[in-house]
Design a protein around this ligand. Structure first.
Ligand code: ZN
Ligand code: ZN
Ligand code: ZN
Length: 791
């Protein structure tokens, strides 16, 4: 008896294009003897499949359980349609021009193991070919101009496939079946080296593999030179990380005095030579996203002290393109081959502008700041920086979310009634587009300080709207009227505007990430954000949920002398906190900090700090850390954002790790902190007085720094306890830039857990302002939903 055949139409949503989904479906269908077809459209992947009900069920199950490594399925729907009696299963051509665009473009992926093996095998036709890729790896987001994700919509469109590549592309049994960036030395992109220091004509095309270009690049690196390297999402400035003079030269050219630089190595063994690497960190380093991972540097690490002078942390990433692997190998063999290559890799850009990604623009810049440039002719359509992540107590903390993660969306716990666009913050800008329950958080755009970054923001907003088919109905922005992101939102032609307070957005980002149900106690330990009362907030204890928050407690506001300009001069904040604690007599205290101040500057500062027109009041936690860093004599003026706090944390870690003789035997007590049962301002005078007493007593800075961290943690736990007594809420959400300080985060999380709180932190978006757009979007979506509910 013939079995009954049925036919179903199946659609798969999620990251399913450009990740080998169609060939995967094809092979499964063939194996099960099913008929029908699979194709891409602007919604994702659509399938019609014909066979027995049992086989089709098995087929759907396999799609769920065995899907390709880079794919992410958000939903599968299926329904019965009339059977056609077909016997073949085929891959259908893509369709275009759909009304909505729900197909998700996948993030860029590091070169896979199979491709690396081929690249290193002399018999392979892609031996030493820097653009080798397959269905499971290679560039995606940064080369995509439009959806659906097909070669014609990428920057690979101009390279016609050679016969062999075309065969692979068309053969469902091949691991390059429908790999859109497929290429080989005969038909694909080429690499070339421009030497700015020699009189050899620029742009000589080397042999197809490009080995001459790599030798030239390695030669310049070996001579202590700095080169520009075109990568996936933009250009890097590169030098030998073990060469002090080269690193100093790169810093001078980049005009970056002390801010930590990241390094790139070839493999995990090389990373372990430089740093302590836990299992989770190793997995993260080797993940297809290949972010920069912040690791603890080994004492004897072979890396110049100029790479990250202020901290024992080192940002390390593994090579993520075939080109990087070839460059590292060439550099290693040029320097004798016995030492693994470690290269500084930092984004190439001019001053406050974003990373350069177009050849002409890059060459103009590189001619001034580099000795050569390793270029190629595969265009980058979307710039995208390296992501920065660390693992903390087994949990990931993303500090910069970009390449390898964007543009994959985060799922909200509910659907927004209308599409919306949250413009994010002024610093570390990202934006967030929401369509139903998908939150597309953009990759890191940067500080909106230069016309170049603003332009990049505008273009990227356009690109995301196009890729994901979103026309926002609501523009969401921060309260701060001077933020460029606020201005852009207000100038946009989006019909409805909505504003969200900065620290409410920080806390909301945690709620959105974890889908937290019910109200939370939100601790925003942050640098600065506009408060509704016209002061600058930043040390806030909020109670509420996505629809509304109230301010329960906050750090006692002090003067922010000259507004933002004092952020670069922590000594000014030190003076403000000293005067707040001791009155004007503070200047006579026998500590190094007061002795270092000169009368004229002090008088000038006094006039500015006491003038409310020049100096707003601030409850900022970040500025408190800056002030204490200055009082301890660690930083008077800073060269990059967060430097004062980093130096302070470093001292505290040193004490905690007992590197100078295990003084941890006697338990250290916190300084005086007092939180009112009813909330309100938390006085900082007692804490500062205790701290200065320690300094007068001649206690070492490391110990004082550690006690300060302990005291702030104590203060936060005490405020959460007071908030719980009043509200009965057990859930605490921690966010804000200060929580990038892992010692503080440890102390606070442990303290809260000891007091039976459930603690939530940012894991997928940054706790700094890079996560703000998600919080803004979540609050706006929730408010819109409750408005709908009332109507
Ligand atoms: Zn591959
Ligand atoms: Zn080819
Ligand atoms: Zn903030």
């Amino acid at each position: 008896m013939a079995e009954v055949m049925e036919r179903r139409r199946v659609s798969v949503r999620g990251v399913v294009q450009g990740v080998g989904f169609r060939p995967f479906v094809y092979l499964q269908a063939r194996e099960l003897g099913l008929a029908g077809f699979v194709g891409n459209n602007a919604h994702g992947v659509f399938i019609e499949v014909e066979g027995t009900a049992e086989d089709i069920d098995g087929f759907i199950e396999r799609i769920h359980s065995d899907s390709p490594p880079l794919s992410q399925i958000d939903g599968i729907s299926q329904h019965l349609i009339p059977a056609l009696g077909e016997t073949e299963f085929v891959i259908a051509p893509s369709t275009q021009g759909e009304m909505a665009r729900n197909a998700l473009v996948s993030p860029d992926s590091a070169v896979c193991g199979d491709c690396l093996r081929e690249m290193l095998s002399p018999e392979d036709r892609r031996f030493a070919y820097p653009f080798i890729n397959c269905t499971n790896c290679g560039p995606r987001f940064t080369i995509t101009r439009d959806v659906p994700y097909d070669r014609a919509n990428t920057t690979m469109a101009r390279f016609a496939l050679c016969q062999e590549c075309a065969h692979e592309y068309g053969d469902p049994g091949d691991r390059r079946f429908h790999a859109q960036p497929n290429a080989c030395p005969a038909c694909g992109p080429r690499v070339e080296f421009h030497d700015f220091t020699s009189c050899v004509p620029a742009g000589r095309a080397g042999p197809p593999g490009g080995s001459a270009a790599f030798c030239q690049a390695a030669d310049v690196l070996g001579r202590g030179g700095v080169i520009g390297v075109k990568g996936i999402g933009g250009f890097h400035l590169v030098c030998d990380a073990t060469d002090d003079a080269a690193v100093v030269k790169l810093r001078r050219h980049k005009d970056r005095e002390a801010k930590p630089l990241a390094v790139m190595v070839a493999d995990i063994a090389s990373a372990e030579e430089l740093c302590h690497v836990s299992e989770e960190e190793a997995a993260l380093l080797q993940s297809s996203a290949r972010p920069i991972v912040l690791l603890r540097r080994r004492d004897q690490a072979m890396v110049s002290s100029a790479v990250a002078p202020d901290t024992s942390a080192l940002g390390v990433m593994l090579a993520y393109t075939p080109l990087h692997h070839l460059l590292l190998a060439a550099h290693r063999s040029a320097s004798g081959g016995d030492r693994r290559s470690t290269l500084v890799m930092t984004s190439a850009n001019s001053s406050d502008d974003p990373i350069v990604y177009r050849d002409e623009e890059a060459l103009r810049l590189l001619e001034h700041v580099a000795d050569g440039a390793l270029l190629h002719d595969r265009d980058i359509h979307m710039r995208c920086d390296d992501s920065l992540v660390r693992v903390h107590q087994g949990r990931r903390q993303v500090l910069r979310r970009a390449r390898g993660y964007a543009p994959a969306p985060l799922k909200l716990a509910f659907s927004s009634p209308v599409p919306l666009l949250a413009y994010g913050a002024h610093n570390k800008n990202t934006f967030c587009l929401v369509k139903s329950d998908d939150a597309f958080i953009s990759h890191h755009i940067g500080a909106l300080r230069s016309p170049g970054t603003l332009k990049s923001l505008r273009e990227t907003v356009q690109h995301y709207q196009q890729l994901f088919g979103v026309t926002p109905q609501v523009a969401v922005h921060d309260y701060h009227p001077q933020y460029q992101s606020t201005r852009l939102a207000l100038q946009s032609d989006v019909p409805v505007k909505m504003s969200v307070q900065h620290h409410e957005a920080h806390i909301a980002s945690v709620i959105a990430e974890h889908g937290i149900d019910g109200p939370v106690i939100g601790v925003a330990a942050d640098g600065a954000g506009y408060g509704p009362d016209g002061t600058i907030w930043g040390g806030e204890f909020l109670i509420g949920d996505l629809t509304s928050f109230s301010r329960f407690a906050y750090l006692e506001p002090v003067s922010l002398p000259g507004g933002d300009s004092s952020v670069k001069r922590p000594w000014m904040l030190g003076v403000v906190h000293m005067e707040n604690a001791f009155g004007t007599e503070f200047a006579a205290l026998p500590v190094q900090f007061t002795k270092s101040l000169d009368t004229a500057s002090l008088e000038r500062l006094g006039r500015v700090a006491h003038d409310p027109r020049l100096s707003p009041r601030t409850s900022s936690m970040g500025r408190l850390f800056d002030a204490v860093s200055a009082i301890l004599g660690l930083s008077s003026e800073i060269h990059y954002e967060g430097q004062a706090a980093i130096l302070l944390e470093e001292q505290a870690w040193r004490f905690r790790n007992g590197t100078r003789g295990g003084r941890m035997s006697a338990p250290v007590k916190p300084f005086a902190v007092e939180v009112n049962a009813s909330g309100g301002p938390i006085q900082l005078g007692p804490l500062i007085r205790d701290l200065v007493d320690d300094l007068v007593d001649g206690r070492p800075e490391e110990e004082v720094a550690f006690r300060f961290h302990l005291s702030v943690a104590e203060l936060i736990v005490a405020a959460c306890e007071a908030a719980r007594r009043q509200s009965g809420i057990q859930q605490v959400a921690l966010s804000g830039g200060v929580f990038q300080n892992t010692l503080l985060l440890d102390m606070v999380a442990n303290g809260l857990q000891r007091h039976s709180f459930s603690v939530f932190t940012n894991e997928k978006v940054p706790p700094n302002d890079g996560g703000l757009s998600l919080g803004q979007a979540a609050i706006a979506a929730s408010r819109l939903r409750s408005i709908r509910a009332v109507q």
